[in-house]
Write a new protein. Structure first.
Length: 73
């Protein structure tokens, strides 16, 4: 009976490890997609600031003009 429980626990642990690996891969994929989108939408300077999670004061960088293009396709 104890052996049976240990086998079930090992199987459960292996299954959890597989799930964690799968979700980690999904997270990395989504992060890459987000980075690509941000890089395309923002000026390089702003993208790098966001990407590196650098805290800045709002007055550090100003942009006089900005364009936004939204496509529904």
């Amino acid at each position: 009976m104890v052996d049976s429980m240990l086998q079930k626990l090992e199987k459960y642990a292996d299954n959890l490890e597989d799930i964690v690996e799968q979700r980690t891969a999904e997270l990395i994929d989504e992060k890459q997609k987000t980075d690509m989108l941000l890089h395309r939408m923002l000026p390089t300077y702003s993208f790098l600031i966001i990407r590196k999670s650098i805290a800045i004061r709002p007055a550090t960088q100003r942009f006089e003009k900005a364009k936004y293009h939204f496509c529904t396709n």
